[in-house]
Each structure stands twice: as C-alpha cells, then as structure tokens.
Design a binder for this molecule. Structure first.
Ligand code: NIG
Ligand code: FE
Length: 391
C-alpha cells in the first residue's frame, strides 16, 4: 500500500504526550506520515522526514485528531421509538420497559433488514468521525435472535458484545431468574463464539446484582470480558460488581456512590459516560469532574440506540460533556478517543503515535477545541480509516 503525507496541519492531536504539548500531545504546524495503513511519523512539519513518500494532502491550516472510538452502541435493531420520545418530552419518564418495543420489532425483522440498519448507523457514525465502534446485541433475547444479532454486528465491527441480559423478555415475565439462567446457559453457548465482550444491564427494571454476577462470571468462563451498564436509572451494585470482576468498563454512572468512585479510581475498569442518554431522557448528567479528579479513566461514548440516545454523534457528546459535565475541551476529546480505546482495551486506536492505525479525522476548524466551542456544527471534513479516505 502506498504512503500518504498530510501536511499543513494547524494543530494535531496525537494523544502521545511524548510528541507534543500536554496529555493530548498537541503539535502545532504539524505533518503526519502514513505508511501501510499505520502512522509512520507525526511531528512539526519543519522536521518532516526527507523522502517521506506517497500522496500529499494539504490540510489547509485545519486541525487533525485521532478517529473517535465509540465503545458503547446498540445498533442491531429494527424500527424506532419516536412516539416514546415524544411522550417523554411531554413528561413521561424513561424506563427500561421501552426496550421490549424494539425487541418485538427486531424479532420480526429479516437478517437483511438488521444488516442494513447496522450499515446505515456505522456509516453515519463514520461521517461524524467515529472510526472504531462497539456493537451490542440485546434486542433479540431468544437464543436464535441474540446469536443472529451478534453475527450481524460482527459483519461490521470486531468489537461485538453479547447483551442477552438487556431486559427480561415478555415470555419470561415474572420469572427473571429463569431468563437469567438461560442467558448464562444455552444462550451463552450459542453467543460466545460470536462475541468478544459480555454486558449486563444491572439496574432498576432490568437485572439485579446476583443475576449480574452470575451472568458475567459464566461469560468470563467462556472467554468473554465483562462490561456493565451500571447506575443509569438508580443507584445499585453494578459498579462494585464490574470492578470486582475486572470488567473493561462500567457504563452510564448517572448514579454513583462514594464507594463507586473510589473503586473506579483504583481499578482497571474504565468509567464510560454516555451524555446522549441523559440529554434524550432529561436526566441529570453523570459527575465526570468527580471521577476525573478521583483519578478514574473516563471514556465518552454515544450509546446509540432507538430508546434512550438515538445519536451516533461523538462531537455532540463532546459538546455536552464540556457544557454540562464540567469536562475541559481537552479532557472530552481525550475521553472520546484514548478513553474509548482504553474501554475496549485497544492500543492500536485512539492515538496517532507511530505504529497506531491511521484512523484520522480532519476538522473544518483550527483546533479540537472547536468541537465543543461550535456545538451542532458538522466540523468533520474528512475521515481516513487505516490510511484510506472513507468519508
Ligand atoms: O444504554 N440501558 C440500557 N440500554 C440502553 C437503552 C436501550 C433502549 O432504551 O432501547 C442504554 O441506554
Ligand atoms: Fe447502553
């Protein structure tokens, strides 16, 4: 594969503190060299290695950042829930129950319809700068429908998460333990070969602490790494269980106890915040400041799903995190790139140091600060994935 030299970069976020200013490793008046889909060199353009060959691209005095790493998405579904959103905006609260509406539509849908939906949303995410995206099952909730959801997800991303424990489906109403046993038994057997991660919605109206622990432990025995939906609708044991089981991340964290903050600060579990969900459910935002100040690793993700957060836009989430969660513009950009990579335990994405995947976003702006300074404006001008232009 031939090389690429991106020149004329006003401000380059490398997320490599060794090669530039601050934790974001910002280099001004920069250039970037790509070879065989990987970053070969990044630095001040005055030091561009001689003989760096290949196609030249002039960034025209604009900013370049790493592609966003969205570590939390629910893309395998059919239909939408606009009426539920409308009712919510007239005062009805968000509950886990709405998930069942999407489960019914998803079970009815053909494989091709599900495939088309994932393809549409992955392409939409790419246009707003997301070059790595995780994708969960969770709207099938039968052995066959969860397995096919994971197969469809796997056609579009390698970050596939088994979320059979999203809610208790109607045919198990009143017997959530029997459903939890299925999730940790026959359903896991069918799903484990198609997934890298296992997730449980541990919350009011979904699964309790004992069920969560049993399901995640069974998943771990099958080689899946846990992640947990924790503290979205109310306080609960989700964070504690996530940390105890070595989960890669605990997600949502709208309701956090002091002990939860302490556990996240000390452990290897990333705190993943999803401000699109608070925005679209009119809920209070999670306390990012408290987590960061305590020393936790914070990721930002879009949580795209048809119920609580029907957006794929990480720039929108970055703006919310800065405006409403007291994150600085630098912190929010870091959390949406490196933070997401940490949550997915990936060292090849989320940064632009030599050796990293050449997943690159050019902004129609002089610096990454404009992502939160200019909310709602489509600032993503061009996206390269593995060194190839894709959007
Ligand atoms: O992450 N919390 C659980 N799952 C989704 C919502 C799913 C839905 O409402 O369809 C979330 O917000
Ligand atoms: Fe979610």
């Amino acid at each position: 594969m031939s090389g690429l030299v991106i020149d004329g970069i006003a401000s380059l976020v490398t997320n490599d503190p060794g090669s530039g200013r601050g934790p974001l490793g910002v280099v001004e008046d920069a250039a970037l060299v790509v070879q065989d889909g990987r970053v070969a060199w990044a630095g001040p353009r005055t030091r561009l290695p001689e003989g760096a060959g290949g196609e030249r691209y002039d960034a025209g005095g604009r900013a370049v950042i790493p592609g966003f790493v969205d570590s939390h998405a629910h893309l395998v579904f059919a239909g939408d829930r606009a009426p539920e959103f409308e009712a919510r905006m007239s005062g009805r609260p968000y509950t886990a129950g709405g998930i069942r509406t999407t489960v019914a539509a998803t079970r009815e849908a053909s494989d091709d319809a599900l495939r088309a939906n994932v393809r549409r949303l992955v392409a939409e995410a790419l246009r707003s700068g997301t070059t790595t995206i995780e994708c969960k099952s969770g709207y099938g909730l039968t052995v066959a429908d969860e397995a096919r959801s994971l197969r469809v997800a796997g056609e579009h991303t390698s970050e596939v998460t088994y979320l059979g424990a999203h809610v208790v489906p109607p045919e198990f109403a009143g017997d959530s333990d029997a459903y939890a046993e299925l999730v940790a038994g026959a359903m896991l057997d069918a799903c484990a070969p198609h997934a890298r991660w296992i997730d449980v919605f541990c919350d009011r109206g979904a699964f309790d602490g004992d069920q969560t622990r049993a399901i995640l432990t069974a998943g771990r025995q099958r080689g899946l790494v846990p992640r947990v939906h924790a503290g979205q609708l109310g306080p609960g044991p989700g964070v504690r269980i996530a940390v105890e089981l070595g989960a890669a991340s605990a997600d949502h964290l709208t309701h956090l106890s002091d002990a939860d903050v302490e556990a996240l600060a000390g452990g290897g579990t990333v705190a993943t915040l999803l401000p699109g969900a608070e925005f679209s459910t009119r809920s209070p935002y999670p306390d990012a400041r408290r987590l960061i100040d305590a020393g936790a690793t914070v990721a930002l993700a879009a949580d795209c799903n048809p119920g609580s957060s029907y957006t794929t836009s990480i720039p929108f989430c970055v703006a919310l995190a800065v405006r409403d969660m007291r994150m600085t513009p630098d912190e929010a950009v870091w959390s949406a790139t490196m933070g997401g990579a940490r949550a997915l335990r990936r060292s090849d994405v989320g940064h632009l140091a030599p050796g990293a995947r050449a997943d690159i976003v050019l902004l129609d702006a002089p610096s990454h600060v404009h992502l939160s300074y200019r909310p709602g404006v489509p600032l993503v001008a061009r996206v390269w994935k593995d060194g190839r232009p894709v959007a």
